[in-house]
Ligand binder design. Sequence first.
Ligand code: HGY
Ligand code: MN
Ligand code: MN
Length: 409
Amino acid sequence: MVSGGARAVARCDELGVAPYSDAPDMLFRAYLTPAFAAAQRAIAGWMIEAGMTTRIDAAANLVGRYEGLEPDAPPLIIGSHIDSVRDAGRYDGPLGVMLGIEAVAALHAAGRRMRFPIEIYAFGDEEGSRFATAMLTSRAVAGTLEPGMLDIADARGISLDEALAPFELSDLKFAEARHPGALAYLEAHIEQGPALEALGLPVGVVTGIAAQLRYIVTVTGVAGHAGTSAMTLRSDALAAAAEMVLAIERIAREDASDLVATVGRMEVAPGAPNVVPGKVVFTIDIRSGDQARRDRAAAAILTALRGIAAHRGTGFTSEQTNDLAASPCDPRLMDLLEAALVAQGVAPHRLVSGAGHDAMILAALCPTAMLFIRCAGGISHNPAEHADPADAEIALRVMLGFIERLDAL
Ligand code: HGY
Ligand code: MN
Ligand code: MN
């Protein structure tokens, strides 16, 4: 018989290709697309098979529920996201959802119910790969949406409200996804880094998640003929942006800490070989476990970029699109998770997450815990991402041990 861990990995693989990807040649499943809807249908089927009832909430999250002995008790939420980055790996997000389903399937097969209900959340938007504001759907659940956050459109100009319409949902009701109150939130996720692999450990307990800031920067120069615009007379937006990217890298490197800063997307207009670039739009993502350090670096970066723009005579604007506070995991839940991990014969190890997770948003709703699963070479946000079925099986047993310990409190 296939183990629950192996089945969870196999289901992630199944979700890695069409019709569960919107792109024919890679995995890209953005929030509210046809591939997203197809993935929801498949996952809902697996939830029902595992003994749950299912619903889609007002933010288009798929929710499976396994009743407890005390139906009105606040539930344990187990979740992660099913949207992906462009050209994604198969496990970032879905593995946590699949393992949650497997945990319920194991309880159901054993005829076991806890005092509390268990809800499995397949969050819709975590990556922010369609709309610039990431973690929209967990913010709706945690009740931390801010004014203006839903007033957004994707790269093709489709508003959130228009994207919700095929799901028979609307941005006016989005906040109704707010959860009435949960006992705890547990998220299993691939580590997306090399630490567990280097230590020879299949799983580890997360202590907290680094703070993030994201910006969109627009650099405006003057478009001109590539053959006739003299080098000394140009206002080249891309040359200025290139200098800015290097300044961002230098500032982050010079900090010599856990601080990281990334320019991950750049659009050059008009984007022709024979035209001096007139406009460049790029993103900046800045993170550190220390929020004050992150903020100091962000201020230094913006000052440097303004200086480059002034020196080169280009226009410069920046807009903050995301501000996620550092999020410590709950000490008591960490201890429970660690006890469950030790019971599986795994040496305990605690580590910080540089990647963002829905858990950092859910922390506003209830205490949170995260279990990291080793991933090959620490590679993530890359189709080469790989999680071992044997590690997933250990993670599943740790999650079940955690659930039993939470029930016994
Ligand atoms: O960007 C992140 O940290 C995550 O993968 N959403
Ligand atoms: Mn990711
Ligand atoms: Mn993720």
